[in-house]
Ligand binder design. Sequence first.
Ligand code: GLU
Length: 463
Amino acid sequence: MVKTRFAPSPTGYLHIGGARTALFSWAFARKQGGKFVLRIEDTDLERSTQQSVQAILDGMAWLGLDYDEGPYYQMQRLDRYQEIAEQLLTQGLAYQCYASKEELDTLREQQRLAGLKPRYDGRWRDSRQTPPAGVKPVVRLKTPQEGYVVFDDLVKGKISVANHELDDLVLLRSDGTPTYNFGVVLDDLDMGITHVIRGDDHVNNTPRQINILKALGASIPQYAHVPMILGADGERLSKRHGAVSVMHYRDQGYLPEALINYLARLGWSHGDEEIFSREQLIEWFDLTAISRSPAKFNPEKLTWLNQHYLKTADDTRLVELVMPFLLERSYHLPAAENLLKIVNLLKDRVGTIEELADASAYFFRTIEPPEALRTQYFTAEIRPVLEYLVDRLAQIEWQRETIHREIKQTVSSHNLKFPSLAMPLRVMVTGETQTPAIDAVLELLGKEETLHRLRGRMEIFPG
Ligand code: GLU
């Protein structure tokens, strides 16, 4: 059975790159009817925080990336790493190294001056020296000195590295914690991981991990190293490129299905399909369709997708999502039913829930039109026409159709074109020029509020 995992280090928020790796691992497991494991790699004690663990769990939950096992925590498995390090020592496949940091620094400096690649020289590999007193050793793997490590990466193809390029890597630090490579290997092994899908910043670690697996006599999983994500400038995606935290997108009012759809297209494709559901993604997902070249992060495309999902989202859900934004703006909220209509009226005009809240502002409070709009629309000629309209509106039963009819009637009886009245009317009531159809806006705003706003604004006209 296929088993994949996502193995983040809790040293920050869940970022776009991590979420994309998680998504690919998840989608592959789901497609294959396998299992997906979440493992928190928290052995870097200085940089790991509980807050980051929570941010990762929240991000996964929000994206709907459910896992069948875990979260496992490496720090709860220390005994296991120590046990296996001990076993490798006994078998003579690993050894204790007492070289101090200063010694290793000197070695590296000498190698650098000699124009050599810095690497551990194996000074404790077959040493018969008496270990220095009071020094806690690290455990190093006896990396084979001959031959090659060869593996078939499911994305990158065949990769071959000569063992003499690899030094005797540390498995266990002197404080008893495993190094990244040792922890990952034992975890993947113990958890029965069949496919290791991860960022290609780890591709250089893979030959080392395979050597550890070989020392353990274990079978080797399949590897798929996913290309990096770049910013628009071609540099590796980072904070410099703006928001890279998944939760930031939630907080701005992106829908998780939009982000999932977007992340899936970052380095993977299925024909020309741009918009697809989670179910379609699972149905189509295939590691062989992962691109070999880096993907570019494009925030505009993400917003475009979000726009699509907002348009088709259920209004009740959108009301729930927009509510915190409205409350944050201290808007006095109308009846729930009106809120539903407002959301319905505006949802195909915005890119995010935050924009939805902003676009609906005029329903909740009066907005002073900016000076430029006042000069353009509030002319002495149009004032009597608007007064005429106000009188008529005051008498009707308040419905979109009747409102529309009154505007039309007013326009034709004054020999005007529809926009020459509709625009000043719109600016008076909403403070802006871009709104949905004015009759729909007025209907929702209500008769009392509309008349109140129109009457209150008459004095801003010249003359
Ligand atoms: N903890 C590693 C990281 O966050 C995971 C690498 C792996 O998947 O093996 O980069």
